[in-house]
Design a protein around this ligand. Structure first.
Ligand SMILES: [Zn+2]
Length: 198
């Protein structure tokens, strides 16, 4: 299991609380709106700055029953293994984003296949969507933000060197669906211990 979940450093994704309204530039303050249930950032003109989780999309590129993982060349989780993934862009469909990130980070050409799962990190403000993908071309090379790309069989996953708990949860689900294994639902790892949970 990962020593520490790097997504604990949540400002990486949520960013600092905005101090000014994106609509009018006036300062915002926290206020509970009528018929709402939690504080929002509101400016004197009443514009609400909504802050919602961001979507990360990625794949498990698979060839001959083995999955390609990439070693991270950047923080957080520098040197640990993850699957190709990144933030979905505005104007991009989920599957397009997953394929783009895979090609950017591994140089593999893939066709998106079955959904592996959807994973949440409430504290980090992230929802991660992972697809299995069939490798249809390219050569596995480290590219943007990665230092090594390697394939692993279901029994060779480097569980102690994974980058994030979402990677571990998704890999566990992927391994469980391999031929001859028992496919079952298990709760997502670590989410209950999320510092902001509740
Ligand atoms: Zn405003």
């Amino acid at each position: 299991m990962p020593q520490q979940d790097a997504t604990d450093s949540y400002p990486m994704t949520l960013g600092e609380e905005p101090r000014f309204c994106p609509a009018c530039g006036r300062p915002v303050e926290e206020r509970v709106l009528e018929e709402d249930h939690r504080p929002r950032l509101v400016c004197p003109d009443g514009h609400v700055t909504w802050r919602n989780p961001r979507v990360v999309v990625g794949t498990f590129p698979v060839r001959d029953g083995r999955v390609y993982l990439a070693r991270r060349a950047i923080e957080p989780a520098l040197g640990r293994w993850g699957n190709p993934s990144g933030f979905l862009e505005v104007g991009e469909a989920v599957e397009e984003g997953a394929r783009r990130e895979t090609e950017e980070e591994t140089e593999l050409r893939v066709e998106i296949g079955e959904l592996v799962g959807v994973y949440s990190r409430p504290h980090a403000g992230i929802v991660t969507i992972v697809y299995e993908a069939t490798v249809v071309g390219g050569r596995p090379e480290p590219a943007a933000e990665t230092s090594e790309v390697r394939e692993f069989g279901p029994d060779e996953i480097p569980w102690d060197e994974l980058a994030f708990s979402t990677v571990e949860s998704a890999l566990r689900d992927w391994v469980a669906r391999q031929p001859g294994r028992e496919r079952r639902h298990e709760p997502e790892l670590y989410v209950e211990g999320d510092p902001d949970d509740g």
